[in-house]
Design a protein around this ligand. Structure first.
Ligand SMILES: [Zn+2]
Ligand SMILES: [Zn+2]
Length: 309
């Protein structure tokens, strides 16, 4: 399998051949591991010692805000997929909220997404890139390790994003960006607000991102099959509110450039609802839908919902 499928010719990732996403080594990453373990310790130990209803309410509100406006709208639907238009100041606010999830800087997250997306569209890829191992090993890999490919594809980020000084600043300082929020929360509600509003929020965001990523490539319904792809996306039902609509991952594999992820009746998509509201306020426009995207030869619609576990 040396030839690349035609649908990958206009991808941010560029590789000489399809094998480049197969061979690699998963190695322990102390920075990634300590970041997650440190936040989890703060959440479970500090959170238990300082428990209060107000702190838990702050955790819920702050987590929902960064997942909806930050991760789903800012990082994913705007920066990565450019599925809607908005003023630059609003894009900056949304992407800054995305950095608050605590996964990576904006450029690093974009690179990770593009590498995964590229690898998953090829006929075969490393298990790390498609969540192809048991949940235990996958959790260890994704939360504590990095994959080093022998010949990694080059990911070219367009100059508008790559040369943006604000994004470069966030890329260098994404972990430190928790500090101003932590200080604000400390002044507002003491250590309880820091443990719940920062540590528990980051723990939930990072762990939830892995958990949904695992299920979204292993278990769940499918409306569409991407022929020739190493792995299919899955729709995970009953997790709309937890994921802000990102759970409709089978739809996303089929229509990556669509601003709307929940496409059928009953597929509640809070991210899309927020975009519709922002459009009514005149803050976003040109929301792209599946019908606006170029046809894909490898896309096959499955008539009935297939539930695979
Ligand atoms: Zn995927
Ligand atoms: Zn995506």
């Amino acid at each position: 399998m040396d030839d690349l499928p035609a649908n990958l010719t206009h991808h941010r990732a560029i590789a000489p051949n399809a094998n480049c996403v197969l061979d690699g080594t998963v190695w322990y990453s102390p920075a990634k591991s300590f970041w997650f373990i440190g936040m989890a310790c703060g959440a479970f130990i500090g959170g238990a010692l300082t428990f209060s209803v107000g702190a838990v309410a702050l955790f819920v509100a702050a987590t929902a805000t960064v997942l909806l406006f930050g991760h789903s709208l800012g990082s994913h639907r705007k920066l990565i997929h450019d599925s809607f238009a908005c003023p630059l100041w609003l894009e900056y606010i949304l992407v800054y909220c995305g950095v608050q999830v605590g996964l990576a800087g904006p450029l690093g997250l974009l690179r990770q997404h593009e590498l995964r997306d590229y690898a998953q569209r090829l006929p075969d890829c490393h298990d790390y890139l498609r969540h192809g191992q048991s949940p235990w090993r996958d959790a260890w890999w994704q939360l504590h390790c990095e994959l080093e490919l022998e010949n990694p594809p080059e990911v070219r980020i367009e100059p508008r994003i790559a040369n943006d000084r604000f994004y470069q600043f966030l890329e260098r300082s994404w972990m430190l960006q928790q500090l101003p929020i932590a200080l604000l929360f400390y002044l507002w509600g003491g250590w309880a607000f820091v443990f719940w509003g920062v540590c528990a929020r980051v723990t939930a965001g990072v762990f939830g991102h892995w958990l949904i990523g695992y299920f979204a490539h292993n278990h769940g319904g499918m409306h569409y099959e991407m022929r020739g792809a190493a792995v299919q996306g899955r729709n995970i039902y009953f997790t709309s509110l937890l994921t802000m609509g990102e759970c409709w991952h089978n739809n996303h594999h089929a229509f990556p450039g669509s601003a709307r992820l929940g496409l059928r009746a009953g597929e509640f998509d809070p991210g899309w609802s927020a975009l519709v509201l922002l459009r009514q306020l005149g803050l976003v426009w040109d929301l792209r839908l599946p019908a606006d995207l170029p046809a894909r030869a490898e896309l096959r619609e499955i008539n009935s919902r297939i539930s695979v576990s």
